[in-house]
Design a binder for this molecule. Structure first.
Ligand SMILES: Nc1ncnc2c1ncn2[C@@H]1O[C@H](COP(=O)(O)OP(=O)(O)O)[C@@H](O)[C@H]1O
Ligand SMILES: CCCC(=O)OP(=O)(O)O
Length: 357
């Protein structure tokens, strides 16, 4: 009989900590532990929430009758670490230090690796992270901009896009490393990237460029942006919020919810229809740009993330890009499952765990 692995996966977000325990690919339970603003208020820094969240995770394990000693490994979502290649990484001391200090940014996901290590150490089992947002597999060509002091950066929805790319390879019966895939995560932020031979060699960072999205501005005309910055009307924090958090659909329509926007469109709201289609138009244009990176040799265009549930949006995008390659739709995202799959690849010896330096 095949060996069975029991894995705890932890995905901390700004207002919740999602956890799941899997026996191989089977989910034994999944739970979202919510944290109210009052609960989090006493913590000055995200890192200060470590003990509070770890205890809640352990309490949830006890409530589901799972003992830490039964686990084979613990896997957490990795935060914005240093730029690193895709893969499953052992949470070592160097990584813990960078997660604690927030080497690229402070983000709740930095707690994922720390809590995983804290729990794993109690049972002497490995702690992993899988494909953090700072996965960087860019070719040198992709980094250059017209301002030498500014480089294009690889930040994207790596966990979901890499997991979905593995599923696509499996569904197509192809070797993962043999495919050229345009990968698109349609969520609160939108990542559009080109994966060649298993490496995401170029990607539009959802926080800085590419299409606008439910909560983010995407690429905007730089001259007007600079004028706005120096207009004296906005603080640095306000400008940052316009780009990430309050940009895109939120700025135009006051909501980040695709379903709400489709209700308005169905009720005859013409402006909502124009803005929603403009988002699809910009996604399609970015897909076209990514096709040029591999001289048009694209095996498939893959749409995933919450907004890939929308037939309206995926229809608009597909109409414009299916001349490039078949469009495959994998709606939603399942980051807990993606974490478990990454840990399983290492535990089963299909992939070697990487060391963060
Ligand atoms: N059936 C649906 N139709 C249209 N939009 C949807 C649907 N389901 C989810 N969404 C939208 O997907 C977005 C969230 O996607 P998700 O991948 O969960 O985001 P994130 O990357 O931020 O975790 C939201 O705009 C949500 O309204
Ligand atoms: C920074 C790239 C990944 C990203 O935007 O993640 P979230 O949508 O979860 O903030």
């Amino acid at each position: 009989m095949k060996h069975q692995y029991k894995i705890l996966a932890i995905n901390p977000g700004s207002t919740s900590t999602k956890i799941a325990v899997y026996a191989d690919e089977t989910c034994l339970f999944e739970e979202t532990i919510r944290h109210s603003a009052e609960e989090l208020a006493p913590f000055a820094r995200i890192n200060d929430q470590y003990e509070f969240r770890r205890q809640l995770v352990e309490k949830a394990l006890t409530a589901h009758n799972v003992k830490i000693e039964e686990l084979s490994a613990v896997v957490g979502r990795g935060g914005p670490l240093k730029p690193i290649p895709s893969g499953t990484y052992i949470v070592n001391d160097t990584m813990c230090e960078d997660l604690r200090t927030g080497v690229q940014a402070e983000h709740a996901s930095n707690l994922g690796g720390l809590i995983a290590r804290g729990i794993a150490d109690q049972a002497g089992i490995p702690a992993f992270i899988v494909d953090p947002v700072s996965v960087d597999e860019f070719e040198p060509l992709a980094r250059i901009t017209g301002i030498p002091e500014i480089q294009r950066r690889s930040l994207f929805h790596a966990l979901n896009l890499k997991a979905v790319a593995h599923r696509v390879a499996c569904d197509l019966g192809r070797d993962y490393h043999s495919l050229n895939l345009i990968m698109v995560h349609l969520g609160g932020g939108i990542s559009v990237g080109i994966q060649q031979g298993g490496r995401m060699i170029d990607v539009a960072n959802p926080n800085e460029t590419g299409p606008f999205s439910p909560e983010r501005a995407g690429a905007v005309p730089t001259g007007d942006l600079v004028k706005m910055c120096y207009s004296g009307k906005y603080t640095l924090e306000q400008m940052k919020k316009k780009l990430v958090g309050s940009g895109g659909l939120v700025a135009h329509l006051g909501t980040n919810d695709g379903r709400e926007i489709e209700r308005r469109i169905n009720a005859g709201d013409k402006y909502a229809a124009l803005v929603y289609e403009a988002m699809a138009y910009q996604v399609a244009k970015e897909i076209g740009a990514m096709a040029t990176v591999v001289s048009g040799k694209v095996d498939a265009i893959v749409l995933t993330g919450g907004l890939a549930h929308s037939k309206l949006l995926t229809g608009w995008i597909s109409d414009r890009v299916r001349f490039i390659a078949d469009v495959l739709i994998y709606p939603g995202e399942d980051e807990l499952k993606a974490l478990v799959e990454g840990a399983l690849r290492v535990l089963r010896g299909e992939e070697e765990a990487k060391i963060y330096r």
